[in-house]
Design a protein around this ligand. Structure first.
Ligand code: BGC
Length: 746
């Protein structure tokens, strides 16, 4: 019987493989058939992504329509008028020489109409399922407008909170980012690429963009091979494994080569090593920008470099359109190169089913659907991080008399965050709207009218309101425009006079709960002692208000854990938990704070370790940190074996107990340190995590599995291996805590 079952299984696998092979053959045959029929102009047209700025609506010009009719455009970005989408697609599939459909692209980053928390917030959920579901919702809503290609997920590891685009990132950790990467790709692309609600995903920005010097956007990146492969590439590799159909190059140069001209990355690594068979689009004008980088002499040279590097489609700038023919005539590029680039685009268009179903399916009934809003609210709860909660001031009792103060308590557009131009502010539920709906006992005085406001004129009104209340709820942070692309900041504390206002409010002696809405960690050192609780909601999106209401009153518990290290001051950046130990690791007992140095002290290397004299060596809050409304105790860390080998995974068990008075959730985190390596190894690396929800006094045993594969790493010769020796292991609540044990690979 057993044998028969095995045989049947084998047979079914063979049939499935054959079918897959047949459909690949058919697909490739169709690609070749099309290529044979296409003129050179039409082929080059496929490489052309025509963009318009997100704000320009304009008119459909005759010349644009003619370009589509002639097959000179392969895809469009930001066509926000559905009548234009329909008309352009009609011309492409009815009037162009080979009736090749267009793809319409848009930056659908954290939702389309229903906006979810910004990606950094979603990362704080550590919840791949909600990331997947949120991108599915985004796809359904966007597809209704004819959009079938999103420029997401953004997968740049970010270790510097000054960088404005940290808001769009999955945070600082490659393990977490890889889980999210896979989830986003699955959510956008759905079960089948040819479903009319599937959006092809675009893994961006390839690669190293988050390592820009000093957190300054577009800046230079220096990267060694080990860092690239161990930290910056895994999230992209995981997107390929999840089936992403497209990639976008980055603006930056890495080790002297601008990303849009980097043949090693685009061809050797992406195509050959990772097996990616979709297509790569440049970032906006990034081909042309190779001139400013000092890498290309002129537009023609830029086109030559990018085409030969393996860049399929040019966004906005027109160097391919203007110069590819000439480059072919001169022999600087070959027709085989062009054919290969076009084939990759056609393959994706065929997979999307656009030849059979080129038109959008109007499912606009789904916009802001109740289920979408519900999911968006759940996402805020899952991504909000409780950073401080002295005397368990949160949650508040329902009858508490609250003074709501602050510039972001009732700003429908600001709470949507970066990349929210499709979200309609009138659907946004602000905290004030939610409090009104829920009959909260509150009094609202804004105090400052926007986050950068420096005027103190309304301070007295705010203080007067505070005096009448039991608790002050200060809702501040950063307006949406202060993070995102080109919005790096050198100081990352609360902007404007927010700190000043908080200090005035603190003088009333009333407890202060600070709710931060922002696109990055905000340094809170100046006001930390003035506030009793801090809840980070990032830019929470459409449903921020109701979620904040529920968290404040304990109908829900904030579940987020930091996906980035939270600095004390901007000057600590870049700061990240998986740093190297250095030859002089910190010895806490030996740290000498600057103010303790005697005046006129003898020249000496005080403390002798890697730290700052003024603020020391610790961040404000470590990676993985977040409080609950209850408390947890971790105990009994046990191992199935003290040794690990190729065929012997280790099982770790740990008991987690809810020691508080409320049901609550935690995320148990597993970290490893490879004590000695063939190159130096990080102080800690996340290798696993598990959410856990427990009733008061309830305990459970969690199991983690660790394989030797998970311990392997790349060195600077790009060899993926691990050597024998000791490994420290921690299981606990964040990257700076946990029970510790040691294993050996022998
Ligand atoms: C950004 C990309 C974005 C593109 C199109 C660029 O400025 O870097 O992330 O997808 O614009 O809007």
């Amino acid at each position: 019987m057993k044998k028969i079952v095995i045989l049947v299984c084998l047979l079914l696998t063979v049939i499935a493989c054959k079918k897959e092979q047949q459909s690949t053959n058919t697909l490739e045959a169709k690609v070749s058939e099309l290529l044979e029929k296409m003129s050179l102009d039409e082929k080059l047209g496929q490489l052309n992504l025509r963009g318009t700025s997100s704000r320009v609506k304009g008119k459909l010009s005759d010349s644009l329509k003619q370009a589509v009719r002639d097959g000179k455009i392969g895809a469009f970005l930001n066509v926000s008028n559905t009548a234009f989408v329909d008309e352009l697609q009609r011309i492409a599939v009815e009037e162009s020489p080979n009736k090749i459909p267009l793809i319409f692209a848009r930056d659908v980053i954290h939702g389309y109409k229903t906006l979810f928390p910004i990606p950094l917030g979603m990362a704080a959920s550590w919840d791949a399922k909600i990331a997947e579901n949120s991108s599915r919702v985004a796809a359904i809503e966007a597809a209704s407008f004819g959009i079938r290609w999103t420029f997401a997920p953004m997968l740049d590891i970010a270790r510097d909170s000054r960088w404005g685009r940290i808001a769009e990132s999955p945070g600082e950790d490659p393990f977490l980012a890889s889980k999210l990467s896979e989830a986003y790709v699955k959510g956008f692309q759905g079960d089948s690429l040819n479903d009319p609600t599937s959006l092809i995903a675009c893994a961006k920005h390839f690669v190293g963009y988050g390592a820009a010097i000093g957190g300054r956007d577009y800046n230079t990146v220096s990267m060694n091979e080990a860092l690239l492969h161990n930290v910056y590439l895994p999230s992209f590799k995981s997107a390929v494994a999840a089936g992403t159909q497209t990639f976008m190059t980055a603006f930056n140069e890495m080790n002297g080569i601008p990303a849009s001209g980097d043949k090693k990355m685009l061809t050797e690594i992406l195509r050959h090593d990772y097996g990616f068979d979709g297509f790569v689009v440049s970032d906006w004008d990034s081909v042309e920008e190779m001139i400013a980088h000092g890498f290309a002499v002129d537009d023609k040279h830029a086109a030559e470099i990018s085409l030969n590097a393996g860049l399929n489609m040019e966004m906005n700038s027109k160097t391919f359109e203007m110069h590819a023919k000439k480059l072919l005539q001169e022999g600087s590029i070959t027709e085989a190169t062009i054919d290969a680039l076009v084939a990759e685009i056609l393959r994706v268009k065929l997979r999307m089913g656009l030849f059979e179903n080129p038109y959008r399916v109007d499912n606009s009934d789904n916009l802001y659907a109740a289920a979408h809003l519900q999911l968006a609210k759940e996402a805020v709860v899952k991504s909000s991080v409780l950073l401080k909660n002295d005397q368990n001031i949160l949650p508040l009792a329902s009858e508490t008399n609250i003074a709501v103060i602050g510039p972001l308590a009732d700003k429908p557009r600001e709470q949507l965050g970066t990349w929210s131009f499709d979200g309609d502010g009138k659907y946004t539920k602000t905290p004030i709207l939610a409090f009104e709906t829920e009959n909260v006992n509150y009094n609202f005085v804004e105090g400052l009218s926007y986050s950068r406001d420096k005027s103190t004129q309304d301070f007295s009104k705010a203080v007067a309101a505070a005096k009448q209340a039991d608790v002050i709820l200060f809702i501040g942070g950063e307006e949406a425009i202060l993070s995102g692309e080109a919005h790096s900041r050198a100081e990352i504390n609360l902007p404007g006079a927010q700190e000043q206002l908080i200090k005035e409010l603190a003088k009333t002696g009333k407890p202060i709960v600070l709710i931060i809405m922002a696109g990055r960690p905000i340094t809170v050192g100046n006001i930390l002692n003035d506030v009793d609780a801090i809840l980070m909601t990032w830019h929470p999106g459409t449903m921020g208000g109701p979620a904040i209401h529920d968290m404040i009153f304990g109908k829900a518990e904030p579940c987020g854990r930091l996906p980035v290290t939270w600095p004390k001051v901007a000057g600590q950046s870049p700061i990240y938990y998986n740093h190297k130990t250095t030859g002089r690791p910190v010895i806490p007992e030996e740290f000498v704070q600057m103010d303790s140095i005697p005046i006129g002290a003898w020249q000496s290397s005080l403390g002798n370790t890697t730290h700052y004299l003024d603020i020391g060596y610790l961040p404000q809050y470590p990676f993985g940190y977040g409080l609950s409304y209850t408390s947890f105790e971790y105990s009994n860390l046990t191992l199935s074996s003290n040794t690990i080998s190729e065929n012997n995974d280790i099982t770790l068990k740990v008991t987690v107990k809810n020691t508080g008075k409320r049901t609550g959730s935690d995320i148990a985190q597993l970290y490893v340190q490879d004590v000695v390596g063939r190159i130096t190894r990080p102080a800690k690396e996340l290798k696993g995590y598990q959410p856990v929800t427990l009733k008061p006094n309830e305990a459970t045993e969690l199991t983690f599995t660790l394989s030797l594969e998970a311990l392997k790493y790349y060195d600077n010769d790009v060899v993926f291996d691990v050597e024998k020796g000791d490994f420290n292991i921690w299981v606990g609540q964040n990257s700076a805590a946990g029970l510790m044990t040691t294993i050996k690979y022998e």
